[in-house]
Ligand binder design. Structure first.
Ligand code: ADP
Length: 228
């Protein structure tokens, strides 16, 4: 199964991606995380992306598409994968659709986490993450047990460079202007809207139910086509 997780910055995509991948055992690919690793490693791509990301803008389609093609060619993606933060433009969506078709994947399932904008900036300013295991915390809703330290490995939690109010506003603007049309691009049976204004476990229950139905349909179709 190929799954696309959509939602504005701060909608909880990263947290849901973790729940889903450990449940379905498919890899979660976050283009944002991949770009942050490229920056940390100071690769050519990282250097090109750094300034754009620091300002809350979008990295060029060409760079992100190339990075994605390389990642999807890895063997762990052969049985399906989840994309978080991609496609973010209509041109990326068109690119992905033709790539999936060429590689024999069925059309992607699209889950859109719809959230109210009130409180989003405060929620994101309170976000912290573990630079080692990637666990995400929120100082208001989901604080670590020990102040400033990861529950799993006691690493000092960090705040993402672009999680500051003025940059968050810029990222929300980029989402509204450029990424919202991608939701419209997928509108139809492929697209599932989920109310993201609830706790992470509640949201996950809905996503699970939805995906269980989709998986049951795929299984019954495969069984039917296998019976002589
Ligand atoms: P969020 O969804 O919370 O903004 P991400 O980690 O998905 O966080 O993305 C962080 C930044 O990485 C974005 O603001 C953008 O600059 C860049 N980025 C991530 N994915 C893409 C993409 N598919 N196309 C262009 N830029 C991207």
């Amino acid at each position: 199964m190929v799954l696309l997780l959509f939602g504005p910055p701060g909608s909880g995509k990263g947290t849901q991606a973790r729940f889903i991948t450990s449940w379905l055992t498919i890899p979660a690919i976050s283009t944002g995380e991949m770009l942050r690793s490229e920056i940390a490693a100071q690769t050519k791509l990282g250097r090109l992306a750094e300034e754009v990301m620091a300002g809350g803008g979008l990295v060029s389609d060409e760079l992100v598409n190339q990075m994605l093609v390389q990642r999807l060619a890895q063997p762990d993606c052969a049985g399906g994968f989840l994309l978080d933060g991609y496609p973010r433009t209509v041109s990326q969506a068109e690119f992905l659709d033709s790539l999936l078709a060429r590689q024999g994947f069925p059309p992607a399932k699209v889950v859109h986490l719809a959230v109210q904008r009130d409180g989003l900036i405060a929620r994101m300013s309170a976000r912290r993450e573990c630079p080692v295991c990637g666990q995400i915390y929120n100082l208001i809703h989901q604080p670590p047990k020990q102040k400033g330290l990861c529950d799993r490995d006691s690493t000092v939690l960090i705040r993402r460079k672009d999680d500051h109010a003025s940059i968050i506003r810029q990222r929300l603007k980029a989402f509204d202007e450029i990424t919202n049309p991608v939701v419209d691009y997928y509108r139809g049976p492929q697209l599932h809207e989920i109310d993201g204004n609830r706790s992470s476990p509640e949201i996950f229950e809905d996503i699970k139910e939805l995906l269980q139905q989709a998986l049951a349909m795929v299984r019954s179709r495969t069984k039917r086509s296998a019976t002589p």
